[in-house]
Design a protein around this ligand. Structure first.
Ligand SMILES: C[S@@+](CC[C@H](N)C(=O)[O-])C[C@H]1O[C@@H](n2cnc3c(N)ncnc32)[C@H](O)[C@@H]1O
Length: 303
């Protein structure tokens, strides 16, 4: 599958931000820092949204989220292991392992951050070297790792490159709410622990639907609503007492981990998110809880 773009990254040393070199117009991906909010002139000044438990003007949330991920980018992977005791790796493996992705697919991993999901997808999408030689053709499979934050993207690119993952992967700095890809470009679009941070989640879901080929699948892995009553006080203690302390100790940033705990509570629970996917145009929407609903995988198809 060919995606009509040259998404090779170039580094602008002045801004220290990765910029995609796209062969197409992209309203959200010009040479501004992506942490700047897009022009929300259509939104009234009085419109607010949540940033964790705080109400903030709609136009400010993207900047605030950008500051969180710029602050945690370097410590992000270590903190994930610490906070979840490594369980996030199992969730991610299950997420990709049950995605139905196959060799030769074109896949977009949105809000891909430091690349855990993209790396797992890459293993499955690219043809094996010997297979390619036998067929004497280049690998058709392709993974695009998209993220709005240049610092997260930069850590992700360095990390995957260090692991020798170079061929068949592109890095694109982009806003999930306005994707710089043509309609019907991908077989699979994933977003893991990202949707929660997007200001206009419905717009992001619509965009995911737009860029999917007919028959393609969208998968959302996200923190969700814990179903087991007895577990909630323990989970709340971990979220509000342990996480900010771990953040302070290991990332020198308690606030970002307080935001993490709060943003999870503000994210639409399972059935609400399923309804949002249906409203975005997805068919055969369903979800599966993992770890008693600490996280859920939502799935929908473009038909
Ligand atoms: C918690 S991290 C998840 C990273 C990765 N998917 C993982 O599972 O480890 C959330 C990511 O969402 C990105 N993000 C937030 N808002 C976004 C938006 N509007 N469009 C694209 N990415 C966004 C952040 O920059 C950050 O890298």
């Amino acid at each position: 599958m060919k995606i009509n773009m040259d998404s090779s990254l170039r580094r602008n040393d002045d801004e220290k931000h990765i910029q995609p070199s796209l062969g197409m117009e992209c309203a959200q991906c010009d040479n501004r820092r992506m942490s700047e909010p897009p022009d929300k002139s259509a939104t009234t000044a009085a419109s607010t949204t949540h940033f964790g438990y705080r109400d903030v003007p709609v136009g400010e949330k993207q900047k605030l989220v950008g500051e969180v991920f710029t602050s945690v980018a370097r410590s992000y992977d270590r903190m994930n292991d610490l906070m979840s005791l490594g369980v996030h790796r199992l969730w991610k493996r299950y997420f990709v392992g049950t995605s139905g992705v196959k060799r030769g697919d074109a896949v977009l991993d949105l809000a891909g951050g430091t690349g855990d999901i993209a790396a797992l997808l890459h293993e499955r999408v690219l043809r094996q070297a010997q297979d390619r030689q036998a067929h004497d053709d280049p690998p058709e499979g392709r993974v695009v790792l998209g993220d709005i934050n240049g610092d997260m993207l930069s850590v992700g690119r360095d990390r995957l490159t260090d692991r020798g993952l170079v061929q068949g992967i592109d890095y694109v700095q982009c806003n999930a709410e306005a994707l710089p890809f043509p309609d019907r470009s991908f077989d699979l679009v994933t977003i893991a622990f990202g949707l929660r941070n997007v200001t206009d989640k419905q717009a992001a879901l619509r965009e995911m639907h737009r860029v999917l080929k007919i028959g393609g699948r969208a998968l959302v892995l996200e923190f969700s609503q814990v179903k087991a009553e007895w577990f909630r006080p323990i989970y709340d203690f971990h979220s509000f007492k342990v996480l900010p302390r771990l953040g302070k100790l290991f990332a020198k940033d308690a606030g970002s981990y307080q935001y993490l705990a709060e943003s999870i509570r503000k994210h639409p629970p399972q059935d609400e998110l399923k309804a949002m996917m249906e409203a975005a145009g997805f068919a055969r929407c369903s979800y599966r809880d993992l770890s008693a609903g600490i996280v859920a995988i939502h799935s929908g198809y473009s038909v």
